[in-house]
Design a protein around this ligand. Structure first.
Ligand SMILES: Cc1cc2nc3c(=O)[nH]c(=O)nc-3n(C[C@H](O)[C@H](O)[C@H](O)COP(=O)(O)O)c2cc1C
Length: 165
């Protein structure tokens, strides 16, 4: 049983203020990016994490191949590394070799987690759905899907939370 009480305001604050490591792939082929948007709650009687990933992210192709991911939070020690994974694409750098990060096996899926993280959520994707560009709120369209981003509308990945610690 996943203990959802472990999700406190501090975890949501971290997500909102600086994001979290979003890991996909496995020990042989791994990618990491930063996510700032995500939702935690219940759907279909399961504890769920819902992530919003733009199709342009290298991470997106990893999710197509293997529908699972892990989310690792840092309270500060890994801030520099979080900035790197959130500004550089795995298409250009190998994110398995970032100083200060040790990848270790997770408990419930084949995607690694970060040993130095302060909090970790392990997930298996059960459903995904691209947001409909035709029905987006005007304000969101203007702020987040203008210009070069017009075609790059997020896909929502609904994932069962399989463990957290
Ligand atoms: C604070 C922060 C939050 C971010 N949140 C998201 C997010 O929720 N969804 C998303 O698609 N990209 C988000 N990004 C952008 C990706 O982390 C970034 O484009 C990354 O380089 C993608 O890496 P990849 O191409 O290796 O997958 C965020 C970036 C930062 C710095």
């Amino acid at each position: 049983m996943v203990n959802m009480e472990l999700i406190g305001a501090d975890i949501l604050d971290l997500l909102d203020n600086k994001g979290a490591f979003f890991l996909t792939g496995d020990e042989n082929k791994l990618n990491v990016m930063n996510i700032g948007w995500g939702m935690i709650g219940y759907l279909w009687s399961k504890p769920m994490f819902i992530a919003a990933i733009r199709p342009s992210r290298y991470t997106y192709s990893f999710l197509q191949e293997k529908p699972e991911f892990n989310v690792c939070f840092t309270k500060g020690a890994l801030n520099e590394q979080l900035m790197i994974v959130g500004t550089k694409s795995g298409r250009n750098i190998d994110k398995r070799n970032i100083a200060g990060i040790t990848y270790i096996p997770s408990k419930t899926n084949s995607t690694p987690v970060i040993k130095e993280a302060d909090f970790t959520i392990e997930c298996k994707v059960v459903y995904s759905q691209p947001l409909d560009p035709n029905t987006l709120p005007e304000e969101a369209k203007k702020s987040f899907y203008g210009g070069f981003n017009a075609e790059d509308v997020h896909t929502m990945f609904y994932a069962e939370i399989t463990d957290m610690y």
